[in-house]
Design a protein around this ligand. Structure first.
Ligand code: EZ4
Ligand code: CO
Length: 401
């Protein structure tokens, strides 16, 4: 007789920052976990899972991953959206964990086996000034990284993205407010990358995140002005609800473009991919429908020579990192994986077998995702409300953070 799901629990914990995890258990005694963390809106997903999805899961055959995905997606009637899709992602990831454990294989084997042994990754160098950022760059170079994202404070602006770690500070407070002046930034960014390129030499990959702040023509100007410094990618130059806006950017610069950390379905990037308006797609297992849907996005991207660069900031839990590394190991069009160290306390709650070595990430070899959650340890770190920042232009206008 087919196995069936007998229990599903939502575990909310805050070891240094908030993480939401779904744990599914089966009658055959298997269990699997999936990340359900939506930074700044965590309890919305916890409630969606607890109130609406858990009752649908009990009694289902855990092996029917595709059918369960379709049931939760089509069956909601209300399609897409970050809360729904993060909840579906958690279920999907947990079911892949269970299927791989049932097969006695690490997940990447079920996804077709290894296309590579290790994954190129990039980490963050954030500084209040160019010199400060370059000191952090030096430390990452010494630690063996091959790719570094560089962000620095813009003279005249108090608090901008990257320079203050998002969500890591100000727990229990209302959203912090940043200030933004696009003209100042556009003058500053080439100076930062001229200095960074000079410091690291030709071989090191340099990346940068504009975090949705520019209008399409400003984005085109930035891409052009950074061309001499040969970036690996320029990320989120402009918000992409209007995917067509990227046509203008693309026509005017050859700087590689990466977009998609806030996307939650293939429909959010359909035009970006099929019109070849980007070079890297940043959708993540946790926010874009789990392994099942991310594979659909990656397969579409592969047809157009677009590679993956999955979101991997520290607010995506170690469970998402485990899933991303099995996924990245298997697919043909892996590009790069973002990597940001989790708070120390996270390793008291989660135990994982993936690792960083010599600037590369390695997936583990234990059956399933290779990560477990210690529920007693999780209970020692109760949830605390924490918002992401908001951002205003210097005249007070609310802008994109
Ligand atoms: O702002 O993960 O590329 N990484 C990023 C991140 C995101 C946060 C949002 O929760 O842009 O720092
Ligand atoms: Co980003």
């Amino acid at each position: 007789m087919a196995d069936r799901i007998v229990a599903a629990r939502v575990i909310v914990t805050s070891p240094g920052r908030n993480f939401v995890t779904l744990k599914i258990e089966t009658a055959d005694g298997l269990s699997g976990i999936g990340d359900a963390t939506l930074n700044g809106r965590e309890l919305a997903v916890a409630a969606y899972l607890q109130e609406h999805l858990v009752p649908l899961l009990i009694g289902r055959d855990p092996a029917r991953i595709e059918d369960t995905w379709q049931y939760l997606y089509r069956g909601a009637y209300w399609r897409r959206g970050p809360v729904t899709m993060t909840a579906i992602s958690a279920v999907d990831t947990a079911l892949w964990d269970i299927k791989a454990k049932a097969a006695g294989m690490p997940l990447y084997q079920l996804l077709g086996g290894a296309s590579r042994e290790h994954m190129l990754c990039y980490t963050h160098a954030d500084g209040t000034t160019i010199e400060h950022a370059l000191d952090v760059v030096d430390r990452h170079v010494s630690a063996g990284y091959h790719a570094i994202r560089v962000q620095a404070g813009v003279p005249g602006l108090q608090r901008i993205y990257g320079v203050h770690a998002p969500g890591a500070v100000d727990m229990d407070a209302l959203p912090a407010e940043g200030d933004w002046d696009t003209a100042k930034y556009l003058r500053f960014a080439p100076k930062l990358f001229e200095a960074a390129r000079l410091r690291v030499g030709e071989d090191m990959h340099l990346l940068h995140d504009t975090h949705h702040r520019l209008l399409p023509n400003e984005a085109a100007q930035l891409g052009k002005s950074l061309e001499p410094f040969n970036l690996f990618w320029l990320e989120d130059v402009t918000p992409a609800e209007n995917q067509e806006a990227l046509r203008h950017v693309r026509r005017h610069t050859t700087t590689p473009l990466a977009i998609g950390e806030v996307f939650n379905t293939i429909w959010d990037c359909q035009a970006l991919i099929t019109e070849q308006l980007i070079d890297y797609i940043r959708t993540a297992v946790v926010h874009a429908g789990g392994i099942t849907h991310l594979r659909r996005i990656a397969d579409l991207a592969a047809l157009y020579g677009i590679r993956t660069g999955c979101h991997g900031a520290a607010d995506l839990s170690p469970v998402t990192m485990a899933a991303a590394l099995h996924f990245g190991r298997a697919i043909p069009n892996f590009g790069i994986q973002e990597y940001s160290v989790h708070p120390n306390e996270a390793s008291e709650v989660f135990r994982w077998d993936w690792r960083l070595e010599g600037g590369y990430l390695f997936s583990g070899e234990s059956p399933g995702l290779g990560i477990t959650i210690d529920e007693a340890a999780a209970a020692r770190f109760p949830y605390r409300r924490a918002y992401l920042d908001v951002n205003r232009l210097t005249d007070g206008t609310l802008w994109n953070w």
